[in-house]
Design a protein around this ligand. Sequence first.
Ligand code: GLS
Length: 833
Amino acid sequence: MNSPDTTVQQAKREHTRTGMSKDAFQRDLLDNLFYIQGRFREVATPHDLYMAAAYTTRDRLLARWVKSAQTFKATHARTVCYLSAEYLLGPHLASNLVNLGITETARAAAEELGMDMDALIEEEEEPGLGNGGLGRLAACFMESLATCQIPAIGYGIRYEFGIFKQAIEDGWQVEKGDNWLRNGNPWEIPRPKISFAVGFGGHTESYRDERSQVRLRWQPAFEIRGVAYDTPILGYGSQNVNLLRLWKAEASESLDLQAFNTGDYYGAVHAKIEAETLSKVLYPNDEPEAGKELRLKQQYFLVSCSMQDMIRLHLNTVGPLEGFADKFTVQLNDTHPALAVAELMRLLLDRHAMTWEEAWGITHKTFCYTNHTLLPEALETWPVSLFERLLPRHLEIIYEINRRFLDEVRMRFLGDEARVRRMSLIAEGHERRVRMAHLAVVGSHAVNGVAKLHSYLVKAMLFKDFAELWPERFHNVTNGVTPRRFVVVANPRLAKLITETCGQDDWIRDLEQLRALEPHVDDAGLQGRWQEVKRAAKQDLAQWMKQATGIELDPESMFDVQAKRIHEYKRQHLKVLHIVRCYQRIKQGQVQGLVPRTFIFGGKAAPGYFMAKLIIKLINAVAEVVNNDPQVNDWIRVAFMPDFNVKNGQRLYPAAELSEQISLAGKEASGTGNMKFSMNGALTIGTLDGANIEIREAVGPENFFLFGLTAEEVLQRQMTGYRPWEYYQNDPELKSDLDLINSGLFSHGDTQLFRPLTDNLINHDPFMVLADYRAYLECQEQVDRIYRDPERWTRMSILNVARIGYFSSDRAIREYAERIWQVGPQPVLDTEH
Ligand code: GLS
């Protein structure tokens, strides 16, 4: 047997394995290549080397993770549980190296072994477990939670297929399966012992408990198992590691046993396969027809596993469940996990025999809800009939929550039955439906929007009745993004320049310190280097684009970028009208004042969203004509970056000079791309929508290109009747741009191809593209004017970066922590040194 002394020594010796020196990293890299990949240097593929580097990095995370878990256990720290159907994580390796502070060490270690760290980083396939902004926000928040040293668990689904990969064929979007786990995922740790049964279907029944009380219980028709897969999330410059726990669906053991025992081997295998389909694929968020049964099942699967896990943790560490809401605060990321309210009630009532009042007291204290959109089509409702069939017990609980809630409404607003109908958790109509947003608001003690304007509209329009009933419940927390990924990893040249100019790198952890750039804004030396950094990033992007698409970009031209999901409300077609206008002006010789530009688009359309896909086709159709016309080629070029994802975003943000944030005012809840571009020194052209408003205030109105209707004007126009065809008829340039699209010039003579788009614009134009067209063009002329003065432009660019500190996700997390979660930091101490 070991004496206690030798155990300690062994632990110490073991510890050097995860040391941060170059030698330790190098040794571990070769070790992992040998023992995990079973390879030696000479035969290792680039992917083997990437895996070895990833394991080597993960080992260092695990050392901190274990310490974090020990600290949180010992201190009984209050824990934030972030419930989200999406996490758009992006590649892990580079970001973990930055957060460990060993990028250069690892690079040097690899180099000595003849490996190129950048090439290894390129090898990584990103987990695309989200659609866009909402999922990426969850990923930024996980990183900032760890950076701010707040104990947290992110709960989600381990989709086997994430967001589809986008290819462009003949100008059209083509979707390809995202088999991201194909080559293994070195960042996750399976936890087969942490698994829960999740029921579906069946019926509820009453019975008498040991105290002869009548109680209800649910007898599901079948069960599926959720198994935990854990990924460590490290904060920057801290020892804190938080946990991202994703659930994978598997067949339940009982189902297995039954079927195998009855000799139905193939039946059993089939049931297994069917169970696993539950976590197979991520749903696109803006499919027109989203009423998919599997999606509701996924939502329930996520919340049931997660709530059961929290209860398990509570019972293991704290004890009786009365104090549940003191141990955990649960943030609902949009309505996708809203069922958690009913599930926690069910677990407390049916499994833990609480009274309704006790259970509701805990539930209500536990949950907080973030709304991320005002778009009516994105506000989830589910048919009551589907609930009856899949989740009968939850429907009963929702009815009871509703009954008590509506009594409260009736007491407050006597005789106002119209209000009662509007607020009910159940929408009456030819098909009765459960309103998930109402369930989330009623079940939470705090509700927030994601930018000032959005939070105002949430209170004034979307949840007006609720805000009248419970004004104290409503908050705003403006979104933010992590500067580690979006500046330090994505744009190392800029990061270096900022650090050198500020004299330190504290800005990486405290982004407000970027202010230290401001006194240097007129320094010619800084301006020159600033321009060089941008030029180098543009060259990098041009090189990548050439190789990926064959399109040649001119790094001497202005890089004007719109990258985000393709959606009519985001108005990529407004940008296209601007390009068509430039094209026509150049053809007519009106080039005075024009600045050479490269228009770059990136973004995916939901596979079933016809109009969005047609917009992609239009962009590529215009690109084909423009890029092949030598008469306009020196002035403008158009490129569509295929498969815009986190990794490709990291190539775009540093290279952009103009950031297009041109949604119709009142439609974009916040936007976060706007922040990423600005952080990288792009100037924004934008409407008064979402976080644009706050970005403009922060960077100064003189450093922002503003155009377009305000949200209030939009509402007024809609009320008084908006007639887009009047714009079409009265503005000859607009008419000629739309007519040119319809002429077949961009579609090999096909005059019908883009009709659905142009007809819609001329006759309906739900997002008021035509109303904002003229103001947009005029604003673009101003952009050109200023771009022709590089010194002025550079000054504005530096000021954008210097004043963008507020939009760090660290600030957003601190606001949540103080105002909504009431949690504080719990530093994990570095006991090694
Ligand atoms: C979104 C909004 O559309 C974005 O404006 C917002 O920035 C993001 C994060 O809050 O959430 N809502 C949504 O359903 N998808 C989004 O990206």
